[in-house]
Write a protein that binds this ligand. Sequence first.
Ligand SMILES: Cc1ncc(COP(=O)(O)O)c(C=O)c1O
Length: 370
Amino acid sequence: MKPFVPEHIAGLIPYPPGKPLEELEREYGIRDSIKLASNENPLGPSPRALEAIRSTLGRLHRYPDGSGYYLRKRLSEKLDLPFEGIVLGNGSNEIIELAIRAFLVPGDEVIMPAPSFLVYKLAVQTMGGKGVAVPLKDFTIDLEATLRAVTPRTKIIFINNPNNPTGTVVRKEPWDRFLRALPPEMLVVLDEAYIEFARDPDIPRGFDYIKPRGGAHVLVLRTFSKAYGLAGLRIGYGVMDPGIADYLHRVRQPFNTGTLAQAAALAALDDEAFLLRTRETVWDGLRYLYEEVGRLGLETLPTQANFFLIRVPVDAKRLYEALLGRGVIIRAMNAYGLDRYIRVNAGIPEENRRFVEALAETLKDLQPAT
Ligand SMILES: Cc1ncc(COP(=O)(O)O)c(C=O)c1O
């Protein structure tokens, strides 16, 4: 006899993460494989963060500072926003869950774009909420259709800017109009996991929308997993009105972020040189990849993130598997409903070159010339 499982849990389809390098090498008996599948930082962790970790190791017998005081204080100074409105999380993923747990009762609706980050849907379903997917328009989040999807049961709206997996963005003017059209009881979660890579000056910056200006409340998600190179530590944060943060603090675990994660994030936050180098590497990498992929005759989508979509002439899953055999991990977009697209993030020059080479050879294998 198994314990009783409610229907909304039995129906969950687990998040398909990018394949870890170690797993690929174990399964295929190969070495020196590369991964451009999880939008990670190709330079490794911030060196200042590594130093902070080393000097913090001797404190690991103590519980972490449950309030995350020093990191939140530094964030509050940098952002010029109230300390009380900052909530740390075990990755920004955890803040997604906390927001849902704090504000949703079973049967409530949560609107999200599709395709977008799959965790929104999973987190809502886990809490017994109803996920309402609004299809992208021209691969971009459709704010007008999102407004039309609002019902009296809608509690939260997720917007991902830039959007994963498309790399597209919503711009200031439509964003302002969108927020103003919503009631103040609505919580808009603006996930800015990739905002550090965005170059278009017309993209709204979430922190400008924390102080209520009329219209919906905004909760901004940021992460140390991408531009700061700390994905393995699991630390991110949400910035919001302190009145909203109060509820998220009530539903979180008392020690939800670890001592090393807090220390590393604090150091990485002020590692401006690393952030600059990361951006340059990503932008140079994207320039090279767009050029070379274009040379192979493949269509691409423009991006404001550190990854982009490539339209491929074969089933994406097949291409993904063939690339694995050559020691290259990318992401097939089949799980996002885009069977003819792969997503690739910018790596260091050697990784980018190897990807292009493997892609060219794999396409030749899968589509023999007639
Ligand atoms: C859109 C988006 N939001 C959030 C995250 C999660 O980041 P974290 O590592 O901070 O949990 C990711 C990671 O892939 C993402 O793509």
